[in-house]
Design a protein around this ligand. Structure first.
Ligand code: C2E
Ligand code: MG
Ligand code: MG
Ligand code: MG
Length: 283
């Protein structure tokens, strides 16, 4: 863990963190090598309508298999990449790769909205909007087939700058979603001022459904307010039929979770799409 100390913004690692230090350096090195050796891939997890079961989109999730470390979770390497700045390289790759795949699907007559996770550092790059615009243009992907997922903390930091950037992105024609909603400190009233169309309710609140009383209260209040404010709502991490039924009862629009499918390689995802009651394929 990074500690902040002293009068300035100097950062110190605690001596007892030496082992951690070392493994972080190793992981960082392996990550850079993995990127060079093309060991990163995107898997796609469906977002499905609660009312009809139709496919609404796919979230691109980063996967990395290292020859020695095996499968390393993004929950482990993304925070490290954010600290070292390597996330910029990773983020650019994810953007390119997701747009490449979405374009392939578009051109096959499968217009699937692909959403990608954008990290704070990536979003703050002064050329971020331009990069996204160039990528869409280069691939000739309909901008409406790309969605960006941002967390609340990204939007609260440098609020003015973020706001301008969000409007520039929305003006490109893509859609913006708030990821892990409920874990940050933003109010829906504040979010309503932003050009955002979708909220993703964090898995932490979905997990306790339907039995946990406070999770029930939080999720139900969030869905109610989000609906009133005309946000689309996706519940993350739905694993059971009971959770799905309860969310449907609360009029949540859609869900994502192991109940439908985990993230899949593009080819397997296509097979899944063909089995879902989707209007997208035939149209
Ligand atoms: P996230 O964006 O909130 O993604 C959802 C995570 O929940 C994914 O974990 C997904 O596999 C997992 N998940 C989905 N449904 C279920 C379920 O029913 N049960 C359970 N237990 N888990 C479920 P994953 O792929 O390990 O990613 C973790 C986090 O890493 C993501 O959270 C996101 O914050 C970050 N991440 C993943 N890919 C990228 C990327 O390309 N760029 C950036 N910047 N971050 C990424
Ligand atoms: Mg996400
Ligand atoms: Mg999420
Ligand atoms: Mg989450």
């Amino acid at each position: 863990r990074v500690k902040e100390r002293g009068r300035g913004n100097f950062r110190f690692y605690q001596p007892q963190m030496n082992v951690d230090w070392l493994s972080r350096i190793k992981l960082d090195h392996a990550m850079r090598q993995g990127m060079e050796q093309q060991r990163f891939a995107l898997h796609y997890q469906p977002q499905v309508s609660l009312a009809s079961g139709h496919l609404l989109g796919a979230e691109a999730l980063l996967r990395w298999v290292d020859p020695e470390l095996g499968n390393v979770s993004p929950a482990t390497f993304i925070p490290l990449a954010e600290e070292s700045g390597f996330i910029i390289k990773i983020g650019n790759w994810v953007l390119q790769e997701a747009v490449r795949q979405a374009t392939l699907w578009q051109n096959k007559g499968m217009p699937i909205v692909v959403s990608i996770n954008v990290s704070a550092l990536q979003f703050q790059q002064s050329d971020f909007v331009e990069r996204v615009a160039n990528c869409l243009k280069g691939a000739q992907l309909a901008p409406s087939l790309l969605e960006l997922e941002l967390t609340e903390s990204i939007l609260i930091r440098d609020a003015n700058e973020s706001l301008a950037r969000l409007h520039a992105l929305a003006a490109l024609g893509l859609s913006l979603a708030i990821d892990d909603f409920g874990t940050g400190y933003s109010s829906l009233a504040y979010l309503k001022k932003l050009p955002i169309s979708k909220l993703k309710i964090d898995r932490a609140f979905v997990m306790g459904l339907p039995s946990d009383e406070s999770d029930r209260a939080i999720v139900s209040a969030t869905i109610g307010m989000a609906r009133a404010l005309k946000f689309a709502v996706v519940a993350e991490g739905v694993e059971t039929q009971e959770q799905r039924d309860y969310l449907h009862e609360l009029q949540c629009g859609s869900y994502q979770g192991f109940l439908c499918s985990k993230g899949l390689p593009a080819a397997e995802f296509e097979q899944l799409v063909l089995r879902l009651p989707t209007a997208l394929v035939s149209s």
